[in-house]
Design a protein around this ligand. Sequence first.
Ligand SMILES: [Zn+2]
Length: 289
Amino acid sequence: MVRGKRLISGPAVKTAAGRVLNRFDVQLVRRSELTVFGSHNTPKKYWNEFSQTIENLSENYRFLDPNELTEYLGQPDDFREGPYAMLSFDDGFANNYAVAEHLADRGIRAVFFVSTEFVNQHDSFGFYKRNILRNLPPQELRGLPENEFESLTPNQVAAIGDMGHTIGSHTVNHADIGEISADDLEFELLRSREKIKEWTGRQPRYFASTFDSRGLTVQAASQIRAVYDHHFSTLDLSNRHYGGHQVFRTNLEFYWSPEMRSYATRARTPEHLRWWAMNRSYRQRFHLG
Ligand SMILES: [Zn+2]
C-alpha cells in the first residue's frame, strides 16, 4: 500500500475538534449534536418561509428544551435521541411575538435575547437604526414597514416568558461588548439582568453576544461568565466538542433564500460546509448581530 494512505471505508469527516471520524462515528456525532440557531427578526412578509423552516427542522431534529441546556453541555454523550436543535432570537423585535406564539403552539421552546433599552423605549425604530443596524439592511429587509423593526414591549417580553420560552440578556444598549470598557460592560450585564427580572419575575441565566465580538478580551469573557451561566456567541462550532459555558450558534434567518435556509437547517456534510464557506462574505456583510 502507499505509505500513509488511509484505509477507512466510509467518507472521512474532520470535526471542529480536528478528530478524523469514519462514517460510523459521524452517525454518532449527529445523534448527540446540538445545533443552536441564531435569528433576528421575522417580518410578516416571510411568515411562510418561517413556518416552512420550522416544519423542516421538526422533521430533522428533536428540539432541546432551553432548560435542559446546562445538562446537555455538561454531558452531551448522555443525549442520544437527536440530532438536537434549539432556536434563539436576538434583539427583541416586535415580530418575534407571533414567532413565540407559533412555536409555543407546536410545543417548541426557544430563547429570546433582548436588549433591554430597545424594549424599554418608545422610539425603538430610532434605537434600531442607531444601535443595532450597522450596515445597510440585507436586501430582503429593504422597503419593509418601520414596525417590522420596532421592539417588543416589556409586557410582551413577560408574556413570551409565560408561554414557556426563556428570556435572555442581549445587553442594555446593544453595545458592542468587544469594544466597551470593563465598567461599561458590567453595567450592560447587570442592568439588563435586573430589567428582565423586573419584567418576567425570573432572573435570566443566558447572555448573547452583540455583533461578532471579535475584540472580546479574556477579561470581558470572564465578566460575562461571572454573571451568566451560558454565553451564546456568534461563532459556529460544535457544541458537542466544546461544551460548557460557551454556546456556539449557526446563523439562520427566515428571510434567506431556500438554499441558504436548507443548508443551515440540515445535518452537516462536507458539501454543506464547502457551500457555507463560499457564502461567508454574504453573511459577514449583512450580519446584524
Ligand atoms: Zn443583536
